[in-house]
Ligand binder design. Structure first.
Ligand SMILES: Cc1cc2nc3c(=O)[nH]c(=O)nc-3n(C[C@H](O)[C@H](O)[C@H](O)COP(=O)(O)OP(=O)(O)OC[C@H]3O[C@@H](n4cnc5c(N)ncnc54)[C@H](O)[C@@H]3O)c2cc1C
Length: 282
């Protein structure tokens, strides 16, 4: 990677890189296939049980079907199941999707909702980057020249009183999102279901996957009533930044959908959080 800096691309699942090369939108002189590099494909819990560790080469389908992910962070499995079709899910990887930073990608919003981080390795060593800093702009990340994503880490939500939901509006099954919303919340049951954590990530609603910060802030410390959810949904609709597009609709329509899907995702996450044990297997 160092030797061919500026003229080299990593190949993971190839689900984005190969179409780009076919269309001559990317023409790297060298392609480094990491598919046979050992130790990059895993879903594990950290020794202290606080973090879920995901190898960068982990396929979308592996996360969709992982018993550990379903039990500890079911939002990951739900989001993975909404990506493309089964061919894309069998080959595409979480590391490749985040490195690609497509604003219509489902992973960025999901990792934002969970406040995860991305670990990268380069010739200068290893560093971990919070997801908010990692996603810089459309198809642009904080990855330096020659750096490889090795791992994605997400905090494991509390066992009781937490719930997540990923909802995606698509024109047909397997399509990229017209609008998508990832929600993760935690409720303090002993305190009348007061919201202690809110993470909301938005897909296809801006130049990159966005955090709905105002919507999140409006929920924390409050009981998750209908009014509180409506207020957060309106905030998400206002703070997103969609654009008109001839295929998926006007910016106005997408804003409406951002509000509607935020409300639905919050309601679903709250129902799941209130269930005994706090989690539903999506
Ligand atoms: C028909 C179709 C439908 C799709 N639908 C969806 C969808 O609904 N939702 C969605 O989110 N995505 C969708 N995708 C994209 C899919 O999720 C891809 O898997 C993903 O964008 C890229 O992952 P990949 O592993 O295939 O990466 P690749 O295509 O191999 O690489 C993508 C980019 O990331 C870089 N890269 C890859 N791995 C690393 C790494 N470990 N470290 C640093 N850089 C790296 C590559 O150099 C390249 O620039 C779809 C793709 C297709 C073809």
């Amino acid at each position: 990677m160092k030797e061919h800096q500026g003229d080299v691309k990593i190949l993971a699942g190839g689900m984005s890189l190969i179409p780009l090369m076919k269309l001559r939108l990317a023409s790297p002189g060298y392609v480094v296939d990491i598919n046979r590099v050992k130790g990059l494909e895993y879903v594990e819990e950290s020794d202290d049980g606080k973090t879920l560790l995901i190898g960068s080469l982990t396929r979308h389908h592996a996360l969709e079907s992982s018993a550990l992910a379903k039990r500890r962070v079911p939002l990951l499995s739900e989001a993975a199941g909404s990506i493309g079709d089964s061919q894309v899910r069998n080959l595409g990887t979480i590391g490749g999707a985040l490195a690609h930073s497509d604003p219509s990608g489902d992973w960025g919003a999901t990792i934002l909702a969970l406040r995860g981080e991305v670990t990268v390795l380069g010739s200068e060593g290893e560093r971990s980057i919070p997801i908010d800093e990692f996603l810089v702009d459309t198809f642009t990340t904080a990855l330096g020249e020659g750096e490889l994503i090795t791992r994605v880490s997400v905090p494991i939500p509390p066992d009781s009183g937490s719930g997540g939901a990923y909802l995606k509006l698509e024109r047909k099954a397997g399509d990229f999102a017209t609008a998508g919303v990832a929600v993760q919340i935690a409720l303090e049951k002993a305190d009348g279901d007061r919201c202690t954590y809110a993470g909301i990530g938005l897909t296809a609603l801006g130049p990159k996957n966005l955090r709905a910060s105002r919507a999140e802030a409006s929920l924390v410390g409050k009981r998750l009533t209908k009014e509180a959810i409506s207020e957060a949904a309106s905030a998400a609709g206002e703070e997103c930044a969609p654009t008109d597009d001839p295929l998926r609709g006007s910016a106005k329509y997408k804003r409406e959908m951002a509000g509607l899907f935020t409300r639905r995702a919050l309601e679903l996450a709250a129902t799941r959080a209130r269930k005994q044990g706090g989690r539903a297997a999506s």
